[in-house]
Design a binder for this molecule. Structure first.
Ligand SMILES: N[C@@H](CCC(=O)N[C@@H](CS)C(=O)NCC(=O)O)C(=O)O
Length: 223
């Protein structure tokens, strides 16, 4: 069975969990992390899951980061590469219409999410949830919220043109943006108006594969 090292609260592990669910692939989740454990973040005095610092894990993933997969002896790290691999191997039709340009467009949205949306939202989660109160900095939070909303405007404009990120059908490009928007909705009860994102999100949350691992707020805004 496919093995996945990671944790439910990791947004990059979440991308892989959602993709696995879309593909209908069974797997074993091996909890692993240097910074979080069952009780929450180490910054709050909790014990991490560990594993990532062992020589065995470093031989699989020299970064000591999560997620990593082992699919019948094929080991892969980098969350977006894992999702592309899973889509190509298990669900090309369902996850990009088995079409080169849809694949390229979906990959572009993965890169955009990783480079533009993830860094400010990481700061938002640290400032809102994970850091002890005395370590939080209101100006870091304000800058992160502004940067995130500015970049989300690009998603809003895309969704004014197409029903989903890479065209008229769901693709793996919707997965990282979906994780990001879900966290944003959970973190920000009062949000700027992005009607196309709201319409798209209302469909995304109905997907059984999203419901399976990604919907639970505990995996996003606790710890
Ligand atoms: N570019 C890598 C980044 C991996 C990464 O930084 N993962 C985070 C979790 S989202 C991590 O390993 N955090 C430290 C830990 O939990 O030990 C990827 O997308 O897989």
């Amino acid at each position: 069975m496919l093995k996945l090292w990671g944790r439910l609260t990791s947004n990059r592990t979440q991308k892989v969990l959602w993709t696995l669910a879309e593909c209908g692939v069974d797997f074993e989740l091996i909890p692993a992390s240097a910074v979080m454990g069952p009780g929450g973040h180490v910054a709050k005095g909790n014990r991490p899951f560990g594993v990532v610092d062992t020589p065995e894990y470093r031989a699989l993933n020299p970064n000591g980061r999560i997620p990593t997969i082992d699919d019948e002896g094929f080991v892969l790290w980098e969350s977006n590469a894992i999702c592309r691999y899973l889509a190509m191997r298990y669900a090309p039709q369902a996850l990009y219409g088995d079409d080169l340009r849809t694949f390229a467009s979906a990959s572009r949205w993965q890169d955009f999410e990783n480079n533009e949306l993830l860094p400010p939202q990481h700061d938002m989660v640290m400032e809102r949830v994970r850091l002890p109160l005395e370590q939080r900095n209101p100006s870091t939070l304000a800058a992160a919220r502004d940067a995130f909303a500015r970049k989300l405007r690009i998603v809003e404009d895309q969704l004014a043109r197409t029903a989903y990120m890479a065209g008229e059908a769901f693709s793996f490009g919707d997965i990282p943006i979906g994780i990001r928007v879900h966290r944003w909705v959970l973190l920000e009860p009062v949000r700027p108006s992005f009607p196309n994102i709201e319409r798209w999100y209302s469909r995304i949350v109905q997907r059984p594969a999203f419901q399976r691992f990604s919907a639970d707020p505990a995996n996003h805004v606790e710890g």
